[in-house]
Design a protein around this ligand. Sequence first.
Ligand SMILES: NC(=O)c1ccc[n+]([C@@H]2O[C@H](COP(=O)([O-])OP(=O)(O)OC[C@H]3O[C@@H](n4cnc5c(N)ncnc54)[C@H](O)[C@@H]3O)[C@@H](O)[C@H]2O)c1
Ligand SMILES: [Zn+2]
Ligand SMILES: [Zn+2]
Length: 382
Amino acid sequence: MRAVVYRGPRQVEVVEVPDPKLQEPTDAIVRITTTNICGSDLHMYEGRTAVEEGKVLGHENMGVVEEVGPAVTRIKVGDRVSVPFNIACGTCRNCLEGWTSFCTRTNPTEGMDGAAYGYANMGPYDGGQAEYLRVPFADVNLLELPPGTEHENDFTMLSDIFPTGWHGTELARMQPGDDVAVFGAGPVGLMAAHSALIRGASRVFVVDKEADRLRLAESIGALGVDLSAGDPVEQIMDATDGRGTDCGVEAVGYQAHDPSGEEHPELVLDNLVQVVRTTGGIGVVGVYVPQDPEAADEGAKEGRVGFDYGTFFTKGQHMGTGQAPVMRYNRHLRDLIVAGRATPSFIVSHELSLDQAVEGYERFDEREDGWTKVLLRPGQAA
Ligand SMILES: NC(=O)c1ccc[n+]([C@@H]2O[C@H](COP(=O)([O-])OP(=O)(O)OC[C@H]3O[C@@H](n4cnc5c(N)ncnc54)[C@H](O)[C@@H]3O)[C@@H](O)[C@H]2O)c1
Ligand SMILES: [Zn+2]
Ligand SMILES: [Zn+2]
């Protein structure tokens, strides 16, 4: 089959690789209909992870079940499914408590709980930027979708970023009526803003410096805050009569930078501590890592990001972090899509064939104007 493989910093290639096979009786093989490029893939693409050369990338996958192992009883061949990016066993302590993003059994990497497809340190699993994908514990992991092709571009957000954005608002313990600050207007930030509005936020401020992304935020009724036009904290303080917001979501991650492009991994955490009111919550879904050899400062190379903890404590704020447990939310979010109450496809900018993945990575990585969310269609001719 054809697949997107990692070759080295800023190098991916579409090549022939062996078809995936059932390895365990609980596995399924999914024929991929849509697979997205994620901001998380860019950490690997830019050489900022320990991902091994030759890895098939892709953790945002959906498709149609092609084959099931003899122990799969719920999922059937022909089912249209969304594949959560977390690979969960369904029976360990964390899975049973709903924390499928921290499954204790599926990732053999020392010191790591939680597995994913096609991702650095997340276990030996190939990704789905390919024609086919092997899914472990298929009955546990796969979410059934209505058959056919309707809502394909909405449903494809269910594997990661729509639940991740929702999780950001959940970690922040957002309440209806809240003013919310979302940092980052990439796909994850835009999904957090969409989620906050669905959940009844009064006002959602979305901070970025990319004009096209801020326009998208405004298209759904959020308020764009352009950080290249001045301190985003001051802009939000002015708009809230000095009160700040009730809560906030971090959707940027460890490569946070100032308008000149210089990286400051603590910058967005500091901004959120300043802009969120006393006792407010901060949901951090942007990724931070324990090792980042390319980091700008010595501490950050070891994952030590020095944010303003003193003010955070003094303000009595709380913070939730980590990979989103997709399965906790994806059923409800699917139903919101079917009911017409959620349309996460508003962020889709490009629908490419698998063979155009190289260009897709390059241009999305450049945050080129208009390249917000790239979908790949393995079944589509180049
Ligand atoms: N927790 C999870 O489960 C989970 C899932 C998916 C993605 N992620 C992470 O979420 C983050 C965002 O993903 P994405 O796909 O939206 O990526 P992205 O890189 O497309 O978007 C990040 C955005 O942040 C903006 N930005 C940079 N510095 C900023 C600053 N100082 N203030 C405000 N905005 C700033 C960039 O301009 C960009 O638009 C990444 O770190 C990704 O790895 C986490
Ligand atoms: Zn993703
Ligand atoms: Zn588990």
